[in-house]
Design a protein around this ligand. Structure first.
Ligand SMILES: [Zn+2]
Ligand SMILES: [Zn+2]
Length: 372
């Protein structure tokens, strides 16, 4: 049993509180990871604000990287000392979706998200001498250390700084995969990206790397549009200054609309907007995670008459074991930006400030440094 400091959400609507928890050693098929860094993502904020109900109390955080400290019985993928990025959809490898090569849709991972436990119902975190604390997405990386399933650790090259590597656990892979896997953006095609936060910037840079032109970034925050240009946007639309963002994108695409439109906000109005920005026969990819009770209105006649492809992209339709090391190789080769994604670094005790900045739209990504 070890003691770790962790940021616990007691109930929705409350602030996170940093407390000392007991962390049980890893069971069979589990890995204990000493965390170095964790990204602060909108999905955690959804849980804090009560839009995404999960069992509480829980240790949040699902975008993390660190060093393996101990492995449970039967673990072969990693050894103590290995650097790892954590995956928040550790595909079970056995369900229908894992077997057809779509691990991001894993039934078992979806079930455990709702249960707030590790596989088999295991809970490895508890208050000293007291009640268990739930896991979040089988990761719970707002802590000095965590226990995760073996399939949730992705070994990575040790020369990548772990604060940069952490971002590849969610934001980078989600944005990159939406472009490369879900949409399959082709060179020379036009791309519009609505929302250029931590994930949206990665949609922008993957589109640029895929040879798209123009790459049109749409956001309400001028500083984020400026950042989008650094990540490869060729044009920007400031949604705070125009009432007709669809018209602006249509104007920039020879009056047609974009070949591909990505929504990376997670709101009904921006999803409808992205749908409107795609040309006839174009592709609309919804990446943003909206609260589960919301619905989107789409003109029914337009569905057949404009024949757009409307799809979603969950975790970039990625295979984390393949995509995460690949993305880190691209970063180390200077082909993909990660340094510029980190707007601010925080200590674990400053987790609430990190969420305040995210809520205010001030940052691309805030990262908690966990000292591991
Ligand atoms: Zn995330
Ligand atoms: Zn599965």
């Amino acid at each position: 049993m070890s003691r770790v400091r962790a940021a616990v959400l007691e109930e929705a609507g409350r602030r996170l509180q940093v407390e000392e928890l007991e962390l049980e050693p890893p069971g069979p098929g589990e890995v204990m990871v000493r965390l170095a860094a964790a990204g602060v993502c909108h999905s955690d904020l959804h849980v804090i604000e009560g839009d995404l109900p999960v069992p509480l109390p829980a240790v949040l955080g699902h975008e993390g990287a660190g060093v393996v400290e101990a492995v449970g019985e039967g673990v072969t993928r990693v050894r103590p000392g290995d650097h790892v990025v954590l995956s928040w959809i550790p595909g079970c490898g056995r369900c229908y979706y894992c077997r057809i090569g779509r691990p991001e849709l894993c039934d078992e991972a979806a079930r455990l998200q709702v249960a707030g436990t590790l596989p088999g119902g295991a809970l490895r975190l508890r208050r000293p001498g007291g009640a268990p604390v739930h896991h979040f997405l089988e990761v719970s990386c707002f802590a000095e250390a965590t226990v995760v399933p073996e399939r949730g650790v992705i070994p990575v090259r040790p020369d990548v700084p772990l604060d940069r590597a952490a971002l590849v656990g969610c934001a980078v892979t989600t944005g990159w995969g939406a472009v490369v896997h879900t949409a399959g953006v082709r060179p020379g095609s036009s791309v519009a990206v609505v929302g250029t936060g931590g994930v949206g910037l990665n949609v922008v840079q993957a589109a640029a790397l895929s040879g798209a032109w123009p790459v049109i970034a749409v956001d309400r925050v001028p500083a984020k549009l400026e950042l989008a240009r650094q990540f490869g946007a060729t044009h920007t639309v400031d949604a705070s200054r125009t009432s007709d963002v669809i018209g602006a994108v249509v104007d920039l695409t020879e009056g047609r609309g974009a070949d591909y439109a990505f929504e990376v906000v997670g709101r009904p109005e921006t999803i409808a907007s992205a749908y409107g920005m795609a040309r006839k026969g174009g592709t609309v990819v919804v990446v943003g995670v909206a609260a589960p009770h919301l619905e989107v209105g789409i003109n029914a006649f337009s569905l057949p008459s404009q024949s757009k492809v409307l799809t979603g992209s969950w975790y970039g339709r990625s295979v984390p074991e393949v995509d995460i090391p690949h993305i880190l190789d691209l970063y180390m080769a200077g082909r993909l930006k990660l340094d510029e994604l980190i707007s601010r670094r925080y200590r674990l005790e400053e987790a609430n400030e990190a969420f305040d900045a995210l809520r205010a739209g001030e940052v691309a990504r805030g990262v908690l440094l966990l000292g591991g």
